[in-house]
Write a new protein. Structure first.
Length: 127
């Protein structure tokens, strides 16, 4: 299975988990000039911007480690672009789904880690 298919299936799994947690999926693969947010979801309190990283179990580094400070900055800028188009009174939150799958066995998740509020924005000037 190629990386693109594995990534898409990881995003499907993450979206399903968010729905199971009572979230409504508002957007998938939202693009701005600064980057992409895999999933945007909401419940009564939070507007969740979720990044999904899916890696084979033999990959160098964990999936969560791929959400570097530079990636976080791009996610924040893209979230601001989304909020400018879709104003919301909900509290924004950045989640990360770190999914590890077995190598060479199709899409067989070994672990699914949902990091709620995985990182925060210190100030608007920092993005």
């Amino acid at each position: 299975m190629d990386k693109k298919t594995t990534g898409r299936l990881g995003e499907e799994l993450a979206a399903r988990r968010l729905r199971e947690e009572g979230m409504e999926i508002l957007a998938r693969n939202y693009h701005s000039r600064w980057g992409e947010i895999d999933i945007i979801a909401a419940d009564d309190a939070f507007l969740v911007f979720a990044e999904v990283k899916t890696r084979a179990e033999d990959a160098l580094g964990s999936p969560a480690e791929a959400v570097t400070p530079q990636k976080q900055k791009k996610l924040c800028r893209t979230a601001v672009a989304y909020l400018m188009e879709h104003p919301s009174a909900l509290q924004p939150r950045f989640d990360v789904f770190a999914i590890t799958v077995k190598k060479g066995e199709g899409f067989a998740p070994v672990s699914v880690l949902h990091l709620i509020n995985a990182f925060e924005v210190d100030s608007y000037e920092s993005i």
